[in-house]
Design a protein around this ligand. Structure first.
Ligand code: AMO
Length: 428
């Protein structure tokens, strides 16, 4: 059995003409034409034409589409329009056969619904549209890390099994931890704040968990969050960072992922900066003008956000929310204590990120916990760190999965997550 290969298909160049290579991949198409067989071979990097002639062709036998093969042969020029080169096969080894009928068509000629594709995700990944989404996701992650490092943020990894809630609220998964009740972290909130004491600027890209029984195209029970926390920064400073992180992601993928954009039939256009910044109060005015019955202090409903999203297409910040609508750790504005130093980043109606300036005084934090019906005793480990020289700090959390839907122009978050978890889906 041949395990290795000398080249990925995309690595075939003019210099290799006349030379022997070993390719490995999957049979996308196979056409027998009497004395010759044409094979279209696909690997992760692209497709190549393989010509089989002579004795090898006579003894070829049955090879199924989508079987995995190793092909040794000589690179040569081709007359075929769709290929730069072809490989004249010398040896063909079937490494594993594909058993037909396959549950989804990886070429995408026969379309399958999303549930069928998710049930057979590994095979779905041989579909170039699906694979391109995940190659784009890989590039997005690369760009995010690059920008954070350039801005002197340090990557951290916080625990996902925790002893008390990080965000408060009811949407926590609980589990038995050797006889003690534990939870799956909803966010890295408390840990990332604590890390500003020693590391000043931190970021994390990890999965977090929400026991929300939501059946929408934008909610998952396990989602990937991009988080930052920065000492000596106010909320407007971290809004600037968020804006440049997003712009850099768009620039990076629009330049580096041309093939992927073609495959998903979507052109990624870099948005214009600066993003508009509108206040919650302004939103209430706009909603009233649109005939909505909504008062200051009320949370904005999905229907409200759709109206606001129409008025402000694309990315925009929605800032200065009422204090009572924000989590316990958010700080008020100096000039009006009913308003918070907080923001959401929206894309139309869709919330992509939220963040703000944090309280960094433990007494104020205790008072806010009580105000929100939370027990400060549950937060002892966190509160004590505030007595060790907690700097003023701000941060945000950005949903990677939601950002991906905007980037690729698909409105279901399940399309951009390998194995999505939602109330109806725990397997595979
Ligand atoms: P929040 O709860 O608003 O804030 O979450 C931040 C962002 O995470 C994404 N998100 C989700 N994505 C998919 N499915 C879900 N169930 C889900 N829940 C949240 C959204 C959202 O905007 N600790 C704060 C952030 C901070 O202040 O630093 C937090 O978790 O895109």
């Amino acid at each position: 059995m041949t395990f290795g290969k000398t080249h990925d298909i995309a690595e075939l160049t003019t210099e290799l003409i006349g030379k022997q290579v070993v390719l490995g991949g999957w049979i996308e198409d196979i056409r027998k034409l009497g004395k010759m067989t044409f094979i279209t071979l696909r690997d992760v990097s692209g497709i190549s034409q393989i010509i089989v002639k002579g004795e090898l062709n006579d003894n070829l036998g049955e090879i199924n589409r989508q079987s995995v093969v190793s092909i040794k042969g000589i690179v040569q020029e081709t007359k075929a329009r769709d290929f730069a080169f072809e490989v004249k096969a010398e040896e063909i080894e079937v490494l594993a056969k594909a058993i037909h009928p396959l549950p989804v068509d990886p070429i995408g000629r026969v379309e399958s619904n999303i549930d069928t594709r998710l049930n057979h995700r590994a095979l779905d990944m041989r579909n170039q549209k699906t694979a391109s989404i995940f190659k784009l996701r890989h590039h997005v992650l690369q760009s995010l890390r690059k920008t954070f490092v350039e801005k002197k943020f340090i990557e951290i990894t916080t625990p996902k099994i925790i002893g008390s809630a990080s965000e408060g609220g009811a949407d926590l998964f609980s589990l038995d931890y050797f006889g003690e009740k534990a939870y799956l972290a909803q966010s890295p909130q408390l840990y990332k704040e604590q890390m500003t004491i020693g590391l000043e600027r931190v970021f994390e890209i990890s999965n977090f968990y929400r026991a929300e029984n939501s059946h929408t195209g934008r909610h998952l029970t396990e989602f990937t969050s991009i988080d930052i926390e920065a000492a000596f920064m106010d909320y407007t400073d971290v809004m600037d960072i968020l804006e440049s992180v997003i712009i850099e992601v768009y620039k990076f993928v629009s330049e580096n992922c041309k093939k992927e954009q073609e495959a998903i039939e979507h052109t990624i256009e870099v948005p214009t900066a600066p993003f508009e910044r509108i206040t919650y109060k302004q939103c209430i005015e706009e909603l009233k003008q649109a005939g909505e019955k909504v008062e200051f202090g009320e949370d904005l409903l999905d229907s409200h956000l759709r109206i606001i999203g129409k008025n402000h297409p694309g990315f925009f910040f929605l800032m200065d929310w009422p204090m009572k609508l924000k989590p316990f750790y958010i700080r008020e504005k100096d000039e009006d204590a009913t308003l918070s130093r907080s923001f959401d980043l929206q894309f139309g109606y869709l919330e992509l990120s939220s963040g703000g300036t944090r309280l960094h005084d433990s007494e104020l934090l205790k008072a806010r916990l009580k105000e929100q019906g939370l027990d400060p005793a549950q937060f002892t480990d966190h509160l004590k760190t505030f007595d060790w020289g907690m700097p003023p700090h701000s941060g945000w959390g950005l949903g990677l999965d939601r950002l991906m839907t905007i980037l690729v122009g698909i409105d279901n978050v399940r399309e951009v997550v390998l194995y999505p978890r939602d109330p109806d889906r725990l397997r595979p």
